[in-house]
Design a protein. Structure first.
Length: 246
């Protein structure tokens, strides 16, 4: 549905722009989106927190009280656009850290259900393309990173995996006691990266070129200019020099 929508109709802020780290968080974006949806529903004469679910078990669901499809598409496009802008920003910082530290990282693997999203693939391909162009200008071919996606059939949510593992354990007569287990809502991927003084590392982004800006901002400006001219910029896509590996 996001492909049908106008990603600029409902502007949302990319999360954590002031934080110079590689941490991700969509909490603020989800709250922005919730507020935006409530406002749009009010403007359409719908209850902000309304639901189409029946009030009691066994009752029929009421007639759907939903936003028009074009509005839904614009909301989806706006959310996806901002969410992927967050990915671009954090990935840009992480890749610059890899370059600065001389780490031997040659591949970026994108997995899970979101890896099947063509817009995400396109934007990550472009990010690596402009980084590759910078490497050529700086005569540093070692900076090249290959972008790898699994086959689409394997780009699914991994919720089945822990569920199946639970089934296998249950069949073996194994179970885990709920009591006494520690629940961590935000499990870190590793130890924090710190400088020699013990302070958290600041991940500053290098400018790939004077004209480079993240796709999330660059294409917005192009679309605005095209609209003012009366043209449609929807079909404009960057040229890529590397296709995903499957």
């Amino acid at each position: 549905m996001a492909r049908e929508g106008d990603r600029l109709r409902y502007p949302l802020k990319i999360p954590m722009q002031a934080k110079q780290s590689c941490d991700f968080s969509y909490a603020g974006l989800k709250n922005q989106f919730r507020i935006t949806v409530c406002k749009v529903r009010e403007e359409a004469g719908l209850a902000p927190d309304g639901t189409n679910a029946p009030a009691r078990q066994g009752e029929r669901a009421p007639e759907p009280l939903v936003l028009p499809r074009d509005v839904q598409a614009d909301l989806c496009a706006s959310f996806q656009h901002t969410a992927f802008g967050h990915v671009e920003d954090r990935l840009h910082r992480a890749l610059d850290y890899v370059d600065e530290e001389g780490l031997n990282v040659r591949s970026l693997v994108v997995v899970g259900g979101v890896a099947s999203n063509k817009e995400l693939r396109r934007r990550l391909l472009r990010l690596l393309q402009v980084r590759r162009e910078r490497a050529v200008r700086e005569d540093n071919s070692d900076m090249e990173v290959q972008l790898i996606f699994p086959p689409l059939g394997l780009c699914t949510d991994n919720g089945v995996m822990p569920a199946w593992a639970g089934v296998e354990k249950l069949l073996l007569g194994l179970s885990d006691e709920v009591e006494g287990q520690e629940v961590v809502a935000r499990w870190p991927l590793g130890l924090p990266i710190v400088d020699d003084d013990g302070k958290p590392r600041v991940f500053r982004k290098r400018k790939i070129s004077k004209s480079y800006r993240p796709l999330s901002t660059l294409e917005d400006e192009v679309e605005e200019e095209e609209r003012e001219k009366g043209h449609d910029a929807e079909g404009m896509t960057p040229t890529t020099v590397h296709q995903e590996k499957v």
